[in-house]
Write a protein that binds this ligand. Structure first.
Ligand SMILES: NC(=O)c1ccc[n+]([C@@H]2O[C@H](COP(=O)([O-])OP(=O)(O)OC[C@H]3O[C@@H](n4cnc5c(N)ncnc54)[C@H](O)[C@@H]3O)[C@@H](O)[C@H]2O)c1
Length: 284
């Protein structure tokens, strides 16, 4: 539930940020540490997690968030070192790219594994479920807690050239909504963050593979690339005020309304947008 105007904003004592070793996750760690919050930096990449944690005086935890045992162990360790976690930022996420045969292709472009669908499901969706399963009961006992879910505009609209990303980000949006609806009355607050392009390695990798798939940086072509810290600041401010939806690119709200108003027209518009992206790639 959003805070009443004039009410003092929520504060946080101990936070976990997944994918905290780079990009948007790192920006979350910096913002939260700057606010005096104790931060656990969780990342698959141990070295990067340690670098960020050392710089900020946080706790580095290496784990694969798509593995439930690993996720639970990381949360246990964070709570043992930092005290009860009252903010969880579910930020780690992966793209894969459709591959040359499009949305029904068996392999992604740059995923090392064939089963990129399962990997995306684990990292982009189940990690959020595992964290909520472990944290929600304790948060309710203590009177409340906050989840920030970093999904994507692709979870509300679509990601041209990456069916796995579109599907799993829609699922992440659905899970954030469910958590907010089911546990709002228990004091669980959820903030859902849905940016288009943000200036991180993820976008750089997608750009590298753009020629083959026509993928991924469609939003950047239209609405620009914003800084990771802008996303983190908007999200933490919204979480402090108890607001649900954060759209760092303001145009996304209009696209959502256009999609809801006339779905067929929206699909036709997205096809046209895809053709334009492909023409741009072929002309380069
Ligand atoms: N960059 C964008 O344009 C953009 C736009 C919308 C949404 N997002 C979302 O924002 C989030 C952060 O993206 P980013 O752009 O900062 O990406 P990034 O690739 O720069 O950083 C992602 C971090 O997550 C870590 N990670 C990946 N898989 C992991 C796993 N299984 N377990 C633990 N850590 C893992 C990586 O090591 C990396 O440090 C993602 O969920 C992404 O989908 C990004």
């Amino acid at each position: 539930m959003s805070k009443k105007p004039g009410a003092s904003p929520h504060t946080f004592s101990a936070a976990i940020v997944t994918g905290g070793g780079s990009g948007i996750g790192k920006a979350f760690c910096e913002r939260l540490a700057g606010d005096g919050v104790k931060v656990a930096v969780v990342d698959l990449d141990e070295r990067r997690a340690a670098e960020v944690a050392d710089e900020l005086g946080g706790l580095a935890l290496a784990c694969d968030v798509g593995d439930e045992a690993g996720m639970v162990e990381a949360i246990d360790r964070a709570e043992a070192e930092l005290g009860p976690v009252d903010l969880f930022v579910a930020n780690a996420g992966i793209l894969s790219g459709d591959g040359p045969d499009g949305a029904a292709d068996a392999k992604g472009l740059w995923s090392a594994v064939d089963d990129r669908w399962q990997l995306g499901w684990q990292v982009n969706v189940m990690a959020h479920v595992y964290a909520a399963r472990r944290l929600v009961p304790g948060m309710i006992e203590r009177g409340g807690g906050t989840f920030i879910s970093v999904a994507s505009a692709a979870g509300l609209l679509a990601q041209v050239g990456d069916a796995m990303y579109s599907v799993t980000k829609h699922a992440a949006v659905g899970f954030a909504e469910s958590l907010a609806i089911t546990h709002g009355d228990d004091g669980i607050r959820v903030t859902l963050v849905c940016p288009q392009a943000v200036d991180t390695e993820m976008v750089a990798v997608a750009a590298e593979h753009r020629e083959a798939s026509g993928n991924a940086i469609g939003g950047a072509a239209v609405d620009g690339v914003i800084a990771p810290r802008t996303v983190a600041d908007m999200a933490v401010d919204a979480a402090r005020e108890g607001r649900f939806l954060v759209l760092p690119h303001p145009g996304v709200s209009g696209y959502m309304q256009a999609k809801a108003a006339d779905y067929d027209r929206w699909i036709a518009g997205m096809r046209q947008f895809r053709r334009k992206l492909r023409e741009g790639i072929e002309a380069d």
